[in-house]
Write a protein that binds this ligand. Structure first.
Ligand SMILES: [Zn+2]
Length: 370
């Protein structure tokens, strides 16, 4: 199967356009600006062009903006997604309006995870990080059933937040504020009869939350206080393995996220990375995965969720991350430009970052640095 040239300049251009502004139609994403920034800048990291595509003043001002989202309170310390829903974003507010908005001024587990990785991409020294505050924050998000709320004591609680809490604890090398046994029990209860993991107990198995479950268990297994339950039973392991492999049955070659759905580029990462975490990268049809993602490339740069759809930074990043775990075999390709175009950085599938960025996080974030 002959692959076309991978439009790496177009894809980095798409990410640069999305960093500078998404436009009024995307105002819904304003509270998650940290995550949008992560998908854009992590794409540049996988492409190996952070220094080349971002100007020096951007490489200084973006980390400064991220540090302005590092906030503290009785819950500890974490990062918020942006200032868009806080009193600082508005002029001439009366006191009542200011105090109503104060409820939005809270750190967010998902934004905190992405902020730590973003700062690692910029090789930030983490001098300003309130590490013990972060440890307290993840603990203040845990509920009695073992799950984690996205904000301290409120908001969504599902496998996405369990994964982020475990990833933050892993980067800090400090799990002391978490009841790890309860956290692992909650994850295990999310495995559905199909084999994959749903967002919460009793829900349908989905590729994204299956990745979150398996990566969280693998991160926990590496902690000194890991309970034996972090290792799946052989029945549970076989069931999730079978479910994941069956997700690459789409005629186009990509992965779908749920049984009987069509392929979507983000599941090339969610399901593909989940298989890599399980130690079964050999069961992915790498060539067909790359052929599907090649079709998701769009004319003016960026990758879409499926062929003939519009691109976005999330699917662009997920496709790049998948290709970095599963690079296509181009040994039979004669064209050196095509070969070079598909070359990407290597990924750490558990933290969802390039090996260099994950190593930076693991060296500079641990609590022992304080
Ligand atoms: Zn998708």
């Amino acid at each position: 199967m002959e692959l076309p040239k991978f439009q790496r300049n177009g894809h980095s251009g798409h990410c640069i356009r999305c960093i500078t502004g998404l436009g009024p139609a995307q105002v819904d994403y304003d509270t998650s600006r940290m995550a949008v920034g992560f998908y854009c800048i992590a794409s540049l990291d996988v492409l190996g062009v952070v220094e080349q595509r971002l100007m020096e003043h951007e490489r200084e001002s973006i980390p400064q903006w991220i540090w302005r989202q590092h906030i503290r309170g009785a819950y500890g310390a974490g990062f918020r997604g942006s200032t868009s829903m806080t009193a600082e974003a508005w002029l001439n507010l009366d006191n009542a309006a200011s105090s109503r908005l104060a409820t939005y001024n809270q750190p967010d587990l998902i934004m905190t995870y992405t902020a730590l990785l973003l700062l690692s991409i910029f090789r930030d020294p983490f001098t300003h990080l309130d590490r013990s505050g972060l440890v307290k924050f993840i603990g203040s998000c845990q509920q009695a059933d073992g799950s984690f709320t996205v904000h301290p004591g409120e908001g969504d609680a599902d496998l996405r937040t369990s994964y982020c809490a475990f990833a933050i604890a892993s980067m800090l090398e400090d799990w002391s504020s978490i009841n790890l046994e309860h956290g692992v029990d909650f994850i295990l209860r999310c495995q559905s009869y199909e084999g994959g993991f749903g967002q919460a107990p009793g829900q349908e198995a989905v590729g994204g939350t299956t990745y979150c479950a398996l990566a969280a268990l693998a991160l926990a297994a590496a902690s000194p206080s890991a309970p034996p339950s972090t290792t799946l039973s052989s029945t549970a392991n076989d069931a999730v393995l079978r479910w994941l492999i069956m997700k690459q049955r789409d005629a186009a070659g990509g992965f779908c996220g749920r049984t009987e759905k069509v392929a979507d580029a983000c599941y090339s990462f969610w399901c593909g990375a989940a298989l890599a975490v399980l130690g079964h990268a050999d069961l992915v049809d790498t060539e067909r995965n790359a052929a599907f993602l090649a079709l998701c490339q769009t004319k003016y740069g960026g990758l879409a969720k499926a062929p003939d759809e519009l691109p976005d930074p999330f699917h662009t990043y997920m496709a790049l991350a998948s290709l970095s775990i599963y690079p296509p075999d181009l040994s039979a390709t004669q064209d050196d430009a095509v070969k070079a175009s598909w070359k990407l950085g290597q990924m750490d599938p558990m933290l969802n970052a390039t090996l260099e960025t994950a190593a930076w996080a693991r060296t500079h974030i641990p609590l022992r640095k304080e």
